[in-house]
Design a protein around this ligand. Structure first.
Ligand code: MG
Ligand code: ZN
Length: 221
């Protein structure tokens, strides 16, 4: 058991080193890097399609898509005229800093303001792997149930913003929004909580406005 813990710490320390190098590159090029986390099917890619629709004419952005297999999600983003680089982890259930570093070979950081990294759908280990990002956005869909906040606390602790997606389904499912917000607050006092339906294009302005505020704060002029 002691050996196993030792190994995990070794892996995470190596990851932190490379994450630091990624972070330095983002800062040097004035790129805001955002890691988007959720379980599979919570609607990350649909949210990012909406983001691409709204922001692609206002700023320069690129998306790194993390999935175990397929290029389906990068194709969806690219269809909006935004550069998308697909990472296939071939079984790994999270992105690590080295995978992002390798994907950065295909992204011209000098030419973008915003880099979105869509992590592999998983609420567990992505919480432990720093990618060099500035912000973490955690998405929970209403169909998953509000108890998932307490059951997967680490991602919610790490979040700079929490998005509740699929709010159009709230009339049909037993999801307690008040309890959800209270559970988030127990773990995280600062992160704003946004309610959206990416599918129905509801509530997007608040979330995207928040992100644009972060971009201006990171690189004012
Ligand atoms: Mg996706
Ligand atoms: Zn994993």
């Amino acid at each position: 058991m002691a050996e196993r813990i030792h190994l995990e710490q070794h892996v995470l320390q190596g990851n932190k080193l490379i994450a630091g190098q990624n972070r330095d590159r983002f800062q040097r090029h004035h790129v805001l890097a955002v890691n988007v986390l959720s379980s599979p099917g919570a609607g990350k890619t649909t949210l990012l399609e909406r983001l691409a629709e709204q922001l692609k004419t206002k700023l320069r952005m690129a998306v790194i898509e993390g999935d175990i297999a397929t290029t389906l999600d990068s194709e969806r983003i690219a269809a909006h005229g935004v550069q998308a680089v697909q990472i296939n982890t071939h079984g790994a259930c999270h992105l690590d800093a080295r995978m992002v570093m390798q994907a950065l070979e295909y992204v011209e950081l000098a030419d973008i303001d915003l880099l979105i990294i869509e992590n592999v759908g998983n609420l567990v280990c992505p919480a432990e792997f720093d990618l060099g990002e500035e912000l973490d956005i955690v998405v929970l869909s209403a169909t998953e149930g509000e108890d998932k906040v307490a059951k997967y606390p680490f991602v919610f602790k790490k979040a700079d913003a929490v998005i509740l997606n699929k709010t159009d389904l709230l009339p049909y499912i037993p999801f307690d929004v008040e309890r959800f917000e209270a559970e988030v607050r127990l773990l995280n006092v600062a992160a704003p909580i946004f309610q959206v339906s990416a599918l129905k294009r509801d509530g997007l302005d608040e979330w995207i406005g928040w992100l644009c505020g972060k971009l201006e704060a990171a690189d004012p002029q």
